[in-house]
Design a protein. Structure first.
Length: 84
């Protein structure tokens, strides 16, 4: 699942999936900042990654990219099987 959201376009008529993706993106960004784990390149793009172990050797990987210049947030979530 991947969502790219423009800050300016988010409003009352936005889908609940977009709103939830933005909420989770902000949550991951806040957690990484508290832990001192974030990357920002020289063009104002931040990248955050959050891994959550799930059952049966699966890891949920969430990636958040924020671009200050374009005003976009990209949130992606994938479940990946862990190598044994």
């Amino acid at each position: 699942m991947k969502y790219t959201i423009n800050y300016k376009d988010l409003g009352f008529n936005s889908s609940s999936a977009q709103v939830e993706a933005l909420r989770r993106a902000v949550e991951i960004r806040s957690l990484n900042r508290e832990l001192g784990l974030w990357l920002q390149d020289q063009e104002g793009v931040e990248t955050h990654v959050w891994e959550t172990p799930l059952q049966n050797g699966v890891i949920e990987v969430e990636t958040v990219t924020l671009c200050d210049r374009s005003g976009r947030v990209t949130y992606a979530r994938h479940e990946i099987a862990r190598a044994s």
